[in-house]
Structures are given as C-alpha cells and as structure tokens.
Design a protein around this ligand. Sequence first.
Ligand code: C2E
Ligand code: MG
Ligand code: MG
Length: 601
Amino acid sequence: MSSENLPGNENNLAGDILIVDDTPVNLRLLSNMLLGHGYNVRQAINGKMALMAVGVVPPDLILLDIMMPDLNGYEVCKALKADPKTASIPVIFLSALNEVFDKVKAFEVGGVDYIPKPFQFEEVLVRVKNHLALRDAHLQICQLNEDLEQRVYQRTQQLETVNIELRKLALHDSLTGLPNRVLLQERLNELLQPERCASTPKFGVLFLDCDRFRVVNNSLSHLAGDELLVALARRLEQCLRPGDTLARWGGDEFVILMPDIAKIQDAIAVVHNIFKSLDSPFTIRRREIFLNASIGIVIGDETYQYPEDLVRDADTAMYRAKALGKGQYYIFEPKMHQVMVQRLQLETDLQHAIAQNLIVPFYQPIVSLDTGKIIGFEALARWIDPQKGFISPGMFIPLAEETGIINLIGRAILKQACEDLATLQRQGIADETLNVSVNLSTLQFAQPDLVHQIDDILAQTQLSPHCLKLEITESAIMENSESASLMLQQFRDRAIQLSIDDFGTGYSSLSYLHSFPVDSLKIDRSFVDGLDGTPQSSGLIPAILSIAREMKMSAIAEGIETPQQLEQLRRLNCAYGQGYYFAKPLPAEAAAELLASQPRW
Ligand code: C2E
Ligand code: MG
Ligand code: MG
C-alpha cells in the first residue's frame, strides 16, 4: 500500500475525521471547529451509522462518544478493532464521564486517547493533530515494513535461484552437462539406504570406458575430443530407460545407474543398445569417427555398503571387458576383486622393478632358413625378481600397457638392446649385417617424441640405425593411423628397419600395409604350430608368403619348435625363422656365446 492511496487521504491534506455523537450540538460544534482547521469531517449520530460510514470509506481518525443509545462507544470501538480493515484507525473517546474506570476501559477496547467533556477546542485540535501524525507515522512504518518484506522476499528468491544454479554446477559436469561423480554418489547412497534396499533390492551400475579415446584425442585436437565426448553423451542418453542416470565419471569414462532392475538381462539390454548406437560413426569437424566402448556391469544389492565399492567393482569388470578385446562387456564376479588387489600389488612391484633395473632384455636368435645362420636377435623383456624369480612378459606387459609404464620399460629395453649389440660389434662377435629387433607397444608408438627418443638412444650407443629393427603390430599402426605414416617414414629415412609382428592375428588391412614402408612380416606362431609336414597343414602360410613377396617384404616364421616345421617352412620358401628349435630367449652373455659359436641349422 503506497501513501497516495491511504484511506481518507485523497482530497484533503489535514485528514478525514468521523465524529460520532448522539448530541447534535456537540456534533455541530466539533464539525465547525475541525472544518475551520482544514479537516474533512463526516458525522454519525449513533454507533450503527458510524460503522456504516467507516465501512464505506475508512476515515483517518474517529472522535467517538461513549454514551449513546443502542451501540455505545465501547462496542463501536470493539467492532472496529475486530475488523482488520478498520483496526488501525485511531479512536479518541469523548465523554462526560470522568471516572478512572471508564478511561481504563476506553484504552482496553482499543482507544488511543480520551477527551473529557466539556472539551476545550484547543485540546481537541492538538490531540487530533498528534494522533493523525502518529497514525501517519504508523502507516509509514507499515509501508516500510511491507517494502522491506518484499525486498527480503525478492532477495530470498534470487538467493534460491543462485543456490540452485550453484548446486547444479557442483553436481554436473561442465562439458557434457551430465551429473558428475558427486551427484552419482549421492544417488548411489540413496539406493543403498536400508529402507530403499528393502523395496527394490537390485540395481545396476554400468562403467563405460571408451576404447582408443586417447588415440582420437591425440590425432585430432583436444577440443575435437571434447566435442566427441559431448556427442557420445547425447547418444548414450538415448540408450537409457526412464529413471536411469548417466553420469560422467571423468575423462572418457561414464557411469550408468539403473535404479531398479529385475534381472541382469535388463542391464545387458541397455549395453546392447549402447553398442548398437556406436555402430554408426560420429561426425566431428567433418570427419567420421568410429568409437567403441568397454563396459563393466555390477549388480548392486544390500551386500554393498558404500557407493565407491560399487563403482570400483564396475570398473574392475570394465577392465576385464577391455582385456577381452575392444567393444565388449563383462559382468563383475566377487573373485575379481581379489585379482584386482593382486594387480595393484603387481603394479607397485613393477614400478620398483623398473627403478632397480630388474627388467632386462633376453635375446632369441632369428635365423636365415636359407643359410641356417643367425641374422639377428629379438630382444624380449624379462623381469628377474630377486624373490619371485622370473616373471614372464605375458604377466606384466599387458599391465604395463594399461598403466602406461610400458613407455618406461620399452625405452629401457630399446636402450639396453642397442647397447648390447654395439658391444658385440665392438668385440667383433657381431658384424654390421646383424640386427636386433625390439618390440614397440601401441602406446609407445603413439608417443609423439618416439623418433626423437630413438635418435637419442642410437646416438648414445653409437649403433648404426640399419642394425635396429622395430616390431610393431598391425593394430598399433591402425590405432595411430594418422601419425603412423609420418612416423614410419621417419624410420625409413634413418634406415631403421620395420617388422609387422604377429601377422595374421590382428585385423589385416592389406591396403594400408601396402602404403607403409615395412621390411618384413612375422608370421604368427599359431600358423607354425599346426605344421606337421602335410601340405594341408600349411594353412594360410603360403598365402601370407605370397603377400609378403608381392609387397617386397621378407617373412619371418615365429615359434619354430621342431625340425619338421623348419623343413616344411624351408620347402615353402620362407626366408627367416625364430623359435625354441633354434634357441629360447637367452640372457645377453648366453646369446653372445651362441653367436660366437657360429651355429648353423
Ligand atoms: P612377440 O613379440 O611375438 O614375441 C615372441 C614370443 O614368442 C616371445 O614370448 C617368445 O619367447 C615366444 N616364442 C619364441 N619362440 C617360441 C617357440 O618356439 N614356442 C613358443 N611357445 N613360444 C616361442 P615372450 O618373450 O613371452 O613375449 C611375449 C610377448 O610380449 C611378445 O610377443 C611381445 O609382444 C611382448 N613383449 C616382450 N618383450 C617386450 C618388450 O620389450 N616390449 C614390448 N612392447 N612388448 C614385449
Ligand atoms: Mg615380437
Ligand atoms: Mg610375435
């Protein structure tokens, strides 16, 4: 209520006064006096009329006689005070009664003042003026209070909006807009409440990690990688059931929470939806990108107490899915947790092993099947632990690849292998035609400074680049296809040789292979294994050999274990071979002795 529309204030500045008195003389005298002083005056000759007049337009002040027939002044005043619309109008009682009792009563029923009759005009005027001023002050305070309340209300609203916004920011991922870890954990916590567990006992947690995302990120830009993540988030959302939560866990990892599932198939159905949705490529900056994901599933129930345990187990299952190959899912089994703990231990041990130089190359000879002489060695990493003894690469290379430690191992093996061969050359045991093959993992191959690292090592060890051969798998090339071509060309420019390892086991893309400067193909052991002297046991080997010839590459058969296998490979015109039949991987000194003895097979 603003001051312009205060009741009775429209037409006169002094105030609108209602005089209630059953004595016409009194009414007239008072009216004249107040009119003469600029007040607007209305008159009522009894209580009923007074209430009616107040109901039509509330006055600013009432001068109220006490002794009247029917409704007396006290009753009129009570009625006014009982109605919120009129309660604040100041009432000044007028009466000839002069006892203390009546004065007290007048204040009790809500009067603000009391003027005894016969009255002095000056006194009436002063009291009227004072009470009007008091009333104005009261109304102003009310108005200020109201404004203040309004402001407080608005501020509260603003604060609430800001709070909602802040909470949203704190609980959502800024890139994808999805719930973040914190919100996911809150939701998981709710699900783990005993009351909730009792009504819907089972729920699913899916941990999704993109395959090859790092490669995409490295070969595009990080901004394009971000765009891809956003596009992926939108696609994943399409695969959920109503009520499921998709959260970004971090990097290229997402977690899906399925609050109530009746059976594991419900979770698997969502996984299939996801895989299906990833069948078509994403278009990022006019480039088509295929993305795959590995998914771990855990079924949560009352046996779980903490949200982080659920996510941990789903993550563990996801790792298992990754180990199965790309684009797979795996359902968590409790025994996997134990395996994870062992893995963690292995990881720590591996870090120590590298620091203490316990990982060293062993050397397996590669033999010319034509001359029967050693033409080179493959360096194979061995972890020789003082307590546990010999740990095979099958145990630690995959882990090292997952954790990125492979880069350190790879560099150490490369350096040691170059150093060992350079030493053999200085000792006159090896000549310039003998080479050493070193395995490069996918991750190592993705390092932008790999060529630089190799240059450094060759310079430090003084080994000629043509004595070094790098073994990489087809998948390493495919996963780094953007950078591969340039990288391989840089090797070629330095006369470093190149072999495709485990040929025939990965996805062979002959058209790609054709365009890369590769020197040899290593025929995977699985093809050699089956050779028993019969033509049909040759399997795909003749085809691989003819591909190699066609592409002007030499072929090296891996895993030759028997003289029959050797014989058959010789008949098939395979140029080189490697395997236990010639020698197992040997420590450096034993390999040097073997070479010095100039064996011929
Ligand atoms: P690979 O590069 O294909 O190496 C050949 C594997 O076959 C070696 O296993 C070797 O010991 C084994 N082998 C050779 N001849 C025979 C045979 O006649 N019969 C049988 N059954 N096996 C034979 P190893 O040393 O256990 O290495 C396994 C894999 O680990 C290697 O496969 C390679 O992919 C990886 N690896 C080993 N050392 C390194 C390394 O320094 N860096 C990287 N990135 N990977 C490595
Ligand atoms: Mg190899
Ligand atoms: Mg191999």
